[in-house]
Design a protein around this ligand. Structure first.
Ligand code: SF4
Length: 424
């Protein structure tokens, strides 16, 4: 456990529970869903964490484990309501994320997996991932995961440098990552992802090189490497604004991203999405469903779902989530709801495709949308093709490796090009 940097962290459990009543949206009407649209993926959000990391803007709460029984009862209700609405899903992937799912005791993990698997048709499942923090993972939990068919574990290592973990206020010692990975393998779960963060204040190219080497020594099938983002309203951003540290230079951050790409490519991990690297055949199928704009349902507070152009998200409050689902008139507490139609929907699809190394496949795009993406994006192609930032072939459009550092700009222009097509 690292020494705590003294800054108040808002207790997310009750932040919303004392505010006025919130309007909850209904699930999208079944008549409005795409014909023959399967649910490809399921996500469950487990909001509990040991402490709140200072950079984190996911919905998660430190402690409050006494609320686990009610959380599980609410999840069961959420599953029941959605199964009734969307019929029994037969997903290809399941992802239990958080938060820290492995903070649940083994018996509660069993209950969660049991209620989920009892409500779906599991015949299509190819990938079942659980996120884990290395300091909350042990053999009894690994045995439960294996028993219920979890075949992929994503470990939040973030860095192997204790000083960097301290800056981030992560609650684990880097020495516990290797034993956690070994525990997973001993239980028979060999598809391992390791998450790393670069751009941490005080990090150097040398310390990043060392973290990458230590991660690769564990022989993961997949690595996710994101740069540190200073999200609004996080303690990390407050500390930055207070002058408690300086963010690293943008030029150093770009060098770090270059180092990540070179090192992982040399180790045989292909960059298949801007920040995600995998050995061939071990790309994360679940996240690919997100990037392909497929349908996914989600359970839990702050869980986000997409189906047929509808996007929605549950209330980011455990108290509100439990209250809404365990009330005499139970309902899913959806607080964000959006229906993307026409070009807005297909612009999103193009934007997501451009994140992937395979890029936008023109034939697939026409089949799905009826639109010629290359014609809509002619201006963007003309602007970036000559700069060696976009590669345009007969059937594809993708960012070049050189473009990953400016991907946000180009992808925003892809979206804008769809926005500016006159409505017919
Ligand atoms: S463990 Fe993950 S979800 Fe929990 S506070 Fe840290 S970053 Fe956020």
């Amino acid at each position: 456990m690292t020494e705590k940097i003294n800054l108040p962290v808002v207790d997310e459990v009750d932040k919303l529970s004392s505010s006025p009543p919130i309007h909850y949206y209904p699930l999208p009407h079944s008549d409005s869903l795409d014909a023959n649209a399967d649910t490809s993926a399921l996500y469950v959000h487990v909001p509990f964490c040991t402490t709140k990391c200072h950079y984190c803007d996911f919905y998660s709460i430190a402690g409050h484990l006494d609320k686990i029984p009610k959380y599980l009862a609410a999840i069961q209700k959420d599953i029941d309501l959605q199964t009734r609405h969307f019929h029994t899903p037969a997903p290809e992937t399941i992802f239990i994320g958080g938060g820290t799912p492995t903070l649940l005791p083994p018996s509660d993990l069993s209950s969660l997996f049991g209620m989920l698997l009892n409500s779906i048709n599991s015949k299509n499942i190819k990938e079942f991932t659980t996120e884990a923090n290395p300091n909350t993972f042990d053999a009894p939990r690994a045995a439960v995961l294996e028993k219920f068919g979890v075949n992929r574990i994503s470990f939040g290592a973030q860095s192997f440098n204790p000083a960097e973990l301290h800056v981030l206020q992560r609650d684990h010692d880097p020495k516990c990552v290797a034993p956690a990975v070994k525990t997973a393998r001993n239980a028979g779960i060999t598809n391992i992802n390791i998450d790393l963060i670069f751009g941490v204040p005080g990090q150097t190219l040398s310390s990043l090189r060392d973290s990458l080497a230590q991660a690769l020594d564990l022989e993961p099938k997949h690595l996710s490497c994101y740069s540190l983002v200073y999200e609004p309203n996080t303690p990390m951003t407050a500390r930055l604004k207070n002058g408690q540290f300086r963010a690293i230079d943008e030029s150093l951050e770009l060098e770090m991203f270059g180092l990540v790409q070179e090192t992982l490519a040399a180790a045989g991990l292909n960059r298949y999405e801007i920040s995600n690297f995998a050995r061939p055949g071990f790309e994360c199928r679940h996240n690919l469903h997100y990037w392909h704009g497929d349908n996914y349902l989600a359970y839990g507070p702050a869980a986000a779902a997409h189906h047929s152009g509808f996007r929605w998200k549950n209330v980011p409050s455990l108290t509100r989530y439990i209250d809404a689902l365990l009330s005499p008139d139970p309902r899913i507490p959806i607080t964000q709801f959006e229906h993307l139609t026409g070009l807005a929907r297909w612009g999103e699809l193009a934007m997501l495709a451009m994140r992937l190394d395979e890029g936008l496949v023109v034939d697939n795009f026409i089949r799905r949308t009826g639109l010629n993406a290359k014609a809509i994006l002619a201006g963007v192609i003309q602007k970036y093709d000559g700069l060696n930032l976009l590669e345009c072939t007969e059937n594809g459009l993708r960012l070049t490796p050189r473009a990953v550092n400016v991907s946000d700009t180009i992808i925003a222009e892809v979206l804008a090009a769809f926005d500016s097509v006159p409505a017919s």
